[in-house]
Design a protein around this ligand. Structure first.
Ligand code: NAI
Length: 508
C-alpha cells in the first residue's frame, strides 16, 4: 500500500500536547498541515511549541535553520472546521470524551467526504466512535505516544468497520513519517496499555507484600532486569491519577478480569493527592532538597572457595563463568532427581526462581538451606540482582548464597520471600498478557514485541524474552503463582500453552 503523498494535506484537530506533536511529525515528513483547536490560543501555543522543538533540533545539529523554517511554514492554523475540507487525512487529538469525539467526526465526514478520519484516542473504542458515523469504514485509530515527535511507535487501530485499505494506508504513511507502526484491533488498551499492565501491577503487589522498599524494587527492575525505570519511579513520572485511571478503564472494560485489578496502594496515593512528580510527592519526594532513597543492598559476605553446578541451565552457565573468572573453583556435578538446576555452596542451594516462594520450594525439595535469585536481563553482564531465602534457611546459607552472587560481581538486593520474586513474575506476566493479545487477534507476535519495545522502551519484547527464558519455565512460573495465590490473574494464556506443548517459540 502506498503512503499518502507529501503534497496531500494533513489536518490535526486539537492543538494540545499530542495534536501539536502529531502536526510536527506530519510537517517534518513534508506535508502541508492545518492545525485546528476550538481554542485559538491553543493553536498559537501549539505552533510555538513546535517551533521550540524544532529550535532544539537545530541546536543539536539535527536540522538546519532553513529546514526548520520550511517545516514551520508548512503548519498553518485553521480558523474553522470547514477549512479542512481538502485534507487527505484528519487526525483528531481533542478531549478524551466519546460524545465529543462522535460529534466532531460526524461533522468531519460531512465537511471532508474524501478524507481518512483518524483518532488519537488512547482509551476509547474506535468501533464506538465510528458508530456515530454514516461511513465508519473511513475511521481508524492512529495512536501516537507522548511525545509524538520522539516516540517511534504508532498503533494503527482498526474498529469493526475500518477497511483494510484505510489501515494499510495509515500504516504506510506512518512508515513514511519515520515511525514504527503496528496493526491492532479496537480492544481495551490496544496493545501497549494492555500488555504493560502487569509491569505496574506485579510491582505494586510485591510492594504490598512488604518484599522491599520502592527504591529497592525499582533497582531490581531497572538495574537488574534492564527496564528504563522501575514501576514506582515510572508511575511517579506518569502521574498516579493517570496511571490509575488507565488501569481502572482497562479493568472495567474487561468486565473486572482480575488480571487488570487496580491497586489499593495506588488508589491511596491518588486519594492523598500524591500524584507523583507533578504534585511533588508520590512514592518518592520531589523538589528542592528532596533526596531519593537508595536501594538497600545486602552487606558484603565472603566469597566461596568452591561451588558446584548441579544440572544445566543458561543462567548457571553464565554465573559459573563469572565465578571462575573471580577465582572460585567451580565443579560440575550431576543433579539429584529432587532438585532443579542449582549452584551448591556447601549445603546451600542457590537457584533461579520458578514462581514458588523459597520456603515452599525448600519444603517441596526437602532441603531447608535454599536461596532463590531473580531473573535479570543478561546473566553474563548484570550487576544487580534480587534474592530471597527460605524461611527455613540458616543464616549461614544466606551469607554463603549472597557471598557467591557477590563473588560473581552482582550487588544483591534482598527481598522477603515473595513468590516469583519481582523481575521473573513481571516478565512472565507481560509475556502472558502479550500471548493473550495474540490469541485474541489483537496483534501479531512481532507487533506485540515491537509495540512494547517502541512504546514503553522495554529492553526486550516480552514474547521473545519468554522464548529466551524457555516456555516450559515461563509456564511453570505462572502455574506456581496461580497455585500460590489461587488468583485467576495468573492463568496461563491458552496460546502460550499451545506453543509450549508444540515446542514452538512465541516469536518466529
Ligand atoms: P490536551 O488537553 O493537551 O489537548 C487537547 C486539545 O483539544 C486542547 O487544546 C483543547 O482546547 C482541544 N479541544 C478539546 N475539545 C475540542 C473540540 N471539540 N474541538 C476542537 N478542539 C478541542 O490533550 P492531549 O494530552 O493532547 O490528548 C489529546 C488526545 O490524545 C486524547 O484523546 C488523549 O487520550 C490522547 N492521547 C494522549 C496522550 C498523552 O500522553 N497525553 C498519549 C496518547 C493519546
Amino acid at each position: 500500500m502506498t503512503p499518502l503523498a507529501t503534497s496531500q494535506t494533513i489536518a490535526v484537530i486539537g492543538a494540545g500536547a499530542m495534536g501539536s506533536g502529531i502536526a510536527h511529525v506530519a510537517a517534518r515528513a513534508g506535508h502541508p498541515v492545518r492545525l485546528f483547536d476550538m481554542n485559538a490560543e491553543a493553536i498559537a501555543r501549539g505552533i510555538a511549541g513546535i517551533a521550540r522543538d524544532l529550535d532544539f533540533l537545530v541546536s543539536r545539529g539535527k536540522l538546519d535553520a532553513a529546514g526548520r523554517d520550511a517545516i514551520l511554514a508548512r503548519v498553518q492554523p485553521a480558523e474553522a472546521l470547514d477549512a479542512l475540507s481538502d485534507a487527505a487525512l484528519i487526525v483528531e487529538a481533542i478531549v478524551e470524551r466519546l460524545d465529543v469525539k462522535q460529534t466532531l467526526f460526524a461533522d468531519l465526514e460531512r465537511i471532508a467526504p474524501g478524507a481518512i478520519l483518524a483518532s488519537n484516542t488512547s482509551s476509547l473504542s474506535i468501533t464506538a466512535i465510528g458508530a456515530a458515523l454514516k461511513s465508519p469504514e473511513r475511521l481508524a485509530g492512529l495512536h501516537f505516544f507522548n511525545p509524538a515527535p520522539r516516540m517511534r511507535l504508532v498503533e494503527i487501530v482498526s474498529g469493526l468497520a475500518t477497511t483494510r485499505e484505510i489501515a494499510a494506508t495509515l500504516y504506510a504513511t506512518a512508515v513514511a513519517w519515520g515511525k514504527d507502526p503496528v496493526h491492532t484491533r479496537s480492544t481495551p488498551g490496544f496493545i501497549v496499555n494492555r500488555v504493560a499492565r502487569p509491569f505496574y501491577a506485579e510491582g505494586l503487589k510485591v510492594l504490598g507484600e512488604g518484599a522491599a522498599s520502592p527504591a529497592s524494587l525499582d533497582a531490581v527492575m531497572r538495574d537488574g532486569a534492564g527496564f528504563p525505570m522501575g514501576p514506582f519511579e515510572l508511575t511517579d513520572l506518569i502521574g498516579h491519577d493517570v496511571n490509575y485511571a488507565v488501569t481502572r478503564s482497562v479493568f472495567d472494560a474487561y468486565y473486572a478480569d482480575d488480571r487488570f485489578i487496580p491497586s489499593l496502594i495506588q488508589q491511596e496515593l491518588v486519594l492523598a493527592g500524591r500524584l507523583g512528580r507533578k504534585s511533588g510527592q508520590g512514592f518518592y519526594r520531589y523538589g528542592d532538597g528532596a533526596e531519593r532513597p537508595l536501594p538497600e543492598f545486602a552487606p558484603t559476605f565472603p566469597a566461596p572457595t568452591t561451588a558446584h553446578v548441579c544440572g544445566e541451565s543458561a543462567e548457571l552457565a553464565a554465573l559459573a563463568a563469572r565465578l571462575e573468572a573471580a577465582g572460585v573453583d567451580v565443579q560440575r556435578v550431576g543433579c539429584d532427581a529432587d532438585c532443579a538446576p542449582c549452584l551448591t555452596i556447601g549445603a546451600t542451594r542457590l537457584a533461579l526462581t520458578d514462581g514458588r516462594t523459597a520456603t515452599r520450594r525448600s519444603v517441596d525439595e526437602g532441603h531447608d538451606d535454599l536461596v532463590l535469585f531473580d531473573l535479570v536481563k543478561d546473566f553474563a553482564t548484570a550487576m544487580t540482582i534480587a534474592a530471597a531465602r527460605s524461611d527455613r534457611a540458616s543464616d549461614a546459607a544466606w551469607t554463603a548464597a549472597v557471598g557467591t552472587l557477590q563473588a560473581a560481581g552482582l550487588q544483591v538486593i534482598p527481598l522477603d520471600d515473595v513468590a516469583g520474586l519481582l523481575a521473573m513474575r513481571t516478565v512472565a506476566m507481560l509475556a502472558n498478557e502479550g500471548a493473550d493479545a495474540v490469541l485474541h487477534e489483537v496483534a501479531t507476535p512481532a507487533d506485540v514485541d515491537l509495540a512494547m519495545q517502541r512504546g514503553t522502551n522495554y529492553p526486550k519484547g516480552p514474547l521473545a524474552w519468554a522464548d529466551e527464558i524457555g516456555l516450559d519455565r515461563v509456564a511453570t512460573v505462572l502455574d506456581n503463582l496461580y497455585a500460590h495465590y489461587r488468583e485467576t490473574r495468573y492463568r496461563t494464556s491458552p496460546w502460550l500453552q499451545r506453543r509450549r506443548l508444540a515446542g514452538r517459540p512465541l516469536v518466529a
